[in-house]
Write a protein that binds this ligand. Sequence first.
Ligand code: GRF
Length: 199
Amino acid sequence: KNFAVFASGSGSNFQAIVDAVKAGEITANLSLLVCDKPGAYVVQRANQARIPTFVFNPKDYPTKADFEKEIVMLLKDRNIDLIVLAGYMRLIGPTLLKEYEGRIVNIHPSLLPDFPGKDAIGQALAAKAKWSGVTIHYVDEGMDTGPIIVRERVRIEENETRESLQKKIQEKEHKLYPSILQMLLTREDVNHDKKTCAN
Ligand code: GRF
């Protein structure tokens, strides 16, 4: 199977996924990085790993539908089975959802439905929460609202700082995302199984 990663930032999750592919822990092809921030560090990581990239500036397109149409074409060219959002700071629009709903996943640094949207780590600290964590979920039209695949908890200590919490959450993300991706990319399709049984 083939998958694409969408990212906007430093790409530490992207790097963990690249490393997992290299180590044979993900047995699918990472075929494309899509990045909406020219100059983001994740693009350098992709170049270094020789992963093809599509880097674009949304401002160069009249509407979201226009750049999403172009992305859909690239994904279809490469027979992409799964879209993996890893710090892609943009809502997925109807153009992409229509083609790939149920085949787009995201990782979020909180226990959803708590603290959706931007700066989930800051939100958890401001709320004086005792626990936060990591959620991997399917993507729908909302902001961090789609069906949850897995959640893992991280304890917030009394003296927790933004830096220390971020570090704990990222360490968890970098282990959890590759293992869940391997599961999603290699499991048998349920409908397909039913068909073979019926025959
Ligand atoms: C991660 O914390 C992820 O949960 C969130 O965005 C962050 C991306 O970080 N969606 P990085 O670019 O992978 O380092």
